[in-house]
Write a protein that binds this ligand. Structure first.
Ligand code: PMP
Length: 312
């Protein structure tokens, strides 16, 4: 928790306010129709440097602005300004722990039946919350191929983080959990592997790293981009972005999923098939180790991805 004595502040429509002073109307369009978009950003506390590091803050806000554009939301800030406001919020709520940052832009107008997006007022909320591991990165997870199809680009574009599209996620994840799995892997409309509920998919076959391309109805993840960089530049691995057929994953040597929340999580079983020998693969282990070092400012040359936040 942030300093227990202090009330956690949130940024809402231009002001830093305690949560109980933020009023969102029950008639808000987004609540009824999912007309909102958001980001998920992590800040890591470094014991060595004694400060927080936000990972790829500007890249997250670039994607946030793209999602906003899709919904005809015009924010009254530049991406630089919104990043500065986020740092200010982290300073106000400073705590020596890993933090998840959630910016949310939403249509706040009370407009029953109005689906003309540019005519609707928008609001902006940014809040922070302590967050440890989201999935079991240590032991790895068991996944299933979902019976729910990933929402296609020309229905609700999955390359933006559009709130309404996360009903698709919730249905798939619920099905997985109810059937005893930890995570789902959704297929796209052509039966290709798309992604997990909140993660991009990677598999390794004969030493080559393979991941679905951006046109297979995926969110173009920031962790995905980081992992591709780590594989190519730091580990000298070949990375191929191509469509993956369902049954290919059953004979993969290694599988892992990546995301801001999920970080790098090994997948040890899919649809009851062991991945490789059912243990965390050696390449996955290396990628995971490098990723965790990178976000804690322990890999030379990558401090450009980190925004330092010191306590005031
Ligand atoms: N796919 C989906 C559907 C997600 O919600 C997320 C989490 N943002 C990801 C992939 C991973 O994206 P990122 O690495 O940018 O967090």
């Amino acid at each position: 928790m942030p300093n227990n004595t202090k009330k956690r502040l949130m940024f809402f429509n231009g002001k830093f306010l305690p949560e109980d002073e933020i009023k969102i109307p029950p008639t808000a369009h987004a609540l009824h129709y999912g007309t909102a978009c958001f980001e998920g950003i992590r800040a890591y506390y470094s014991e060595k440097d004694k400060n927080l590091f936000v990972f790829r803050l500007e890249d997250h806000y670039k994607r946030f602005f793209y999602s906003c554009k899709t919904l005809f939301i015009k924010l009254p800030y530049s991406s630089k300004k919104i990043a500065e406001l986020t740092v200010e919020l982290l300073q106000k709520n400073y705590s020596e722990t890993d933090i998840y940052i959630r910016p949310l832009a939403f249509k706040s107008d009370p407009a029953v039946g109005n689906f003309n997006l540019p005519t609707l007022e928008s609001s902006l909320l940014i809040y922070t919350v302590p967050l440890g591991r989201y999935l079991n990165t240590e032991k790895g997870i068991k996944a299933n191929i979902s019976s729910w199809m990933r929402v296609p680009d020309n229905a609700i574009p999955p390359r933006g983080k559009i709130a309404g599209a996360y009903v698709n996620t919730a249905l798939a994840k619920t099905e997985s959990l109810q059937n005893g799995f930890d995570e789902c892997i959704m297929l796209d409309r052509f039966g290709h592997i798309a992604e997990g509920s909140a993660e991009n998919f990677f598999m390794i076959k004969n030493g080559v790293v393979i991941t679905p391309p951006m046109y297979d109805d995926i969110l173009v993840g920031i962790t995905r981009g980081t992992v591709i960089l780590v594989c190519e530049k730091e580990l000298g691995l070949k990375v191929v972005e191509r469509s993956i057929a369902r049954a290919e994953v059953y004979s993969a040597d290694e599988v892992f999923v990546v995301g801001t929340g999920a970080e790098v999580t090994p997948v040890v079983e899919i649809d009851k098939h062991e991945v490789g020998d059912g243990k965390i693969g050696p390449i996955t282990a290396k990628i995971k180790e490098l990723y965790f070092k990178m976000v804690h400012n322990e890999v030379p040359g990558y401090s450009k991805f980190l925004t330092k936040v010191s306590s005031k």
